[in-house]
Ligand binder design. Structure first.
Ligand code: SF4
Length: 386
């Protein structure tokens, strides 16, 4: 008991020292009362709006200081493989360039074979997502999980977006809870927090009217967390959403995290305006893709608004490009995502950054930023290799 008390006191003193350090180094342009609320994990919409009026360089610095205090100077990456098992989809999302792009559907055996390839190349995770199909039932998704887990029990299965879970639950007439329990029992370890787009029903009605609503997304994710299935959190920004809707989205993620603690990371995803109806419409109105400063600002704001509840902010090298993702490490990000080995969703929407980045290149980029590369697993545990 005495030992425990001493540990608590030492940790409190260490935390106080970190907070002091942060206070001392935050640029003077950032109002002190905002810094205090951020450190309390309670920044408001108004705080976010005020920060957006500050010099971006000061906001980047503030986010960088928070990152250093919370997670230190390590930058993580994961050796994983994407398996997008079909681009057949009954969805109507106007930003989607993936649907029916190549017209393919993998069998369960082909999916397991791809997982086999992933294991041979050192992957610790497969990330499995596909389109929505009328003839795919809960049982079919469970068969995918079982065929992989029976061969590779150690391989982490990160699979099925909240939209796919919602779809299989409706198709099979099972509740969200029962659907998630069945998936977990058959090998689902964690889920990607995709299909979030912007958690505003005004925005969703316009860009993805047939997708699950904001509250349905929140319900699937919270139920997953309560079923013992952690998820990532994402935000697809840079289309028709307002700045306030963007901020509200990030604060919604923070609220969920406070209730469940189930998010492993937050991944900002800039909208890719190519080869899809929404992008073509916006570009015809004089819109271009998000700018570099805007992308960096979103990563910095995510670090600030989610501090200290969500520890990991990922810069997606596929969406941002390798050089911009490296620079995001100075604006609050502490993770560069995965090797992927196959990436068809962003590529079909015009991302030009390749399908695979080897671990050595991650290490090169991270060392080039003066940070320490760390291979991690899906739950952000360090992997030590020989
Ligand atoms: S984003 Fe997903 S759900 Fe929407 S149309 Fe594309 S594949 Fe279908």
């Amino acid at each position: 008991m005495k030992r425990l008390l001493i540990d608590v006191v030492v940790m409190s003193l260490q935390y106080a020292a970190v907070l002091n350090d942060i206070f001392e180094h935050v640029p003077t342009e950032i109002p002190q009362d905002i810094v205090e609320r951020v450190l309390d994990g309670a920044a408001t919409v108004n705080d976010a709006s005020d920060l957006l009026k500050c010099d971006p360089a000061a906001v980047f610095k503030f986010a960088d200081i928070l990152r250093e205090g919370l997670v230190g100077n390590s930058v993580s990456y994961i050796i994983n493989r994407n398996i997008n098992f079909s681009d057949n989809c009954t969805g109507t999302c106007t930003f989607c360039a993936f649907r029916e792009h190549r017209g393919f559907r993998m069998s369960v055996d082909e999916i397991a074979q791809t997982a086999d390839d992933a294991v041979r190349t050192g992957a610790t995770e497969v990330c499995i997502q596909g389109g929505l199909m009328d003839d795919m039932y809960l049982e079919d998704y469970c068969n995918i999980l079982k065929s992989i887990k029976s061969r590779f029990p150690q391989l982490h299965i990160h699979a099925f977006s909240p939209m796919e879970v919602f779809h299989m639950s409706q198709n099979s007439g099972t509740s969200i809870k029962d659907t998630l329990v069945a998936l977990k029992n058959d090998g689902l370890d964690t889920m990607p927090g995709t299909a979030a787009e912007i958690l505003s029903d005004r925005v969703r009605r316009e860009i993805c009217p047939d997708k699950l609503t904001s509250s349905q997304w929140i319900n699937v994710v919270e139920t997953a967390h309560r079923t013992g299935i952690p998820t990532t959190a994402t935000m697809m920004y840079g289309h028709i959403e307002t700045m306030t809707e963007r901020i509200q989205h990030i604060l919604t993620i923070r609220d969920i995290q406070l209730r469940t603690g189930g998010f492993t990371e937050f991944v900002p995803l800039p909208f890719m305006p190519y080869n899809n109806p929404l992008g073509e419409r916006l570009m015809a109105e004089g819109y271009y893709a998000t700018t570099g400063v805007e992308d960096l600002m979103v990563h910095a704001m995510a670090r600030i608004l989610l501090y200290p509840h969500v520890r990991n902010i990922q810069a997606s090298w596929v969406k941002l490009g390798k050089k911009m993702a490296q620079y995001a490490l100075f604006c609050g990000a502490n993770d560069l995502g995965g090797t992927l080995m196959e990436e068809s969703i962003s590529k079909s929407a015009g991302a030009a950054n390749g399908e695979y980045m080897p671990p050595e290149e991650f290490q090169w980029i991270i060392r080039g930023a003066g940070r320490d590369p760390v291979q991690r697993d899906t739950l952000y545990r360090k992997i030590v290799t020989e």
